[in-house]
Design a protein around this ligand. Sequence first.
Ligand SMILES: *Cc1c(COP(=O)(O)O)cnc(C)c1O
Length: 363
Amino acid sequence: MGRAFNFSAGPAVMPEAVLQQAASEMLDWHGSGMSVMEMSHRGKEFISIYEQAEADLRELLAVPAHFKILFMQGGGLAENAIVPLNLSQGGAMDFVLTGSWSQKSLQEAGKYGPARVAASAQADGFTTLPAPASWQIDPDSRYVHICGNETIHGVEFHELPDLKALGCDAPLVVDFSSHVASRPVDWSRVGLAFGGAQKNLGPAGLTLVIVREDLIGHALPHCPSAFDYKLVSDNQSMYNTPPTYSIYIAGLVFQWLKKNGGIAAMEQRNIAKAQLLYDFFDSSSLFENRVAKDCRSRMNVPFFLRDESRNDAFLAGAKAANLLQLKGHKSVGGMRASIYNAMSIEGVQALVAYMREFEKTQA
Ligand SMILES: *Cc1c(COP(=O)(O)O)cnc(C)c1O
């Protein structure tokens, strides 16, 4: 059996070329006589890997010079605490609830200060996005948090809110864990963006934080040192040992992205892949996606069989057809196809072809 089409929500499919390169460099990186795993993070070899990765990411995402790129650990969930520890200064924080991940962010921030709900789509079962004009933001808010792409509910902001236009001077914090590098970012609207690497950038263990310089240096006194953005930034993400191997693999992914046309090309490919799936669901008598059309995610596509008694047969047939990890998140049920950058259009076509067949034979 060859490599399958892998629709996992995360850790998720990697570009095959990256895995092959990592394999070929596993024992001896560039004639250094060492695996990347065995290198000191302070040695010139690893420093060169780190600097290349950072420069490539800055170029790919067009990160302006007044933003710092931090390579941290702890995942998206740790950032739910690290962001309030660094940005809240004891003041209020606003959250827009659009699904499980923003709910988690709200709950965690509440441990560190007054965390408020500015808007919520819960009444719609998290199938819509509340219009920014309706958000009730505290005038003294220290920041406004959104989840750019809700990995479980399959809802995505296709445009970042312009807080200034809403009369709000607070910075926007974006959890972009599951759609980073799938589309360009309008940095003029962002104060801080964070994301775990394991959805779209590389292996688990690396957490990316991109933060406007003026937001650094205001950590609460009890913020752990290793999570103080100022210490991390002043030490080029090496205040403590960074996740070196994960940074190396993410660096290979950045090179792969550049070779394949960069973020603009990825976005076009992702639009095409998502369109294939949503068009199928909208014309199917058995399968459906329940998210409002204007906020459907290009990365995570939850779907349901109208006859749920066929779920197990669907998954078993998918596995036999080499289409893996399609089971939906337990909190939502049904199915989910995650179609990150590394998922090819052929993979999505294979999934649609399988669903068409399944629909026919079981009707
Ligand atoms: C996966 C995910 C997280 C959690 O990341 P961990 O690395 O498991 O902490 C947070 N937010 C979003 C949007 C995610 O998709």
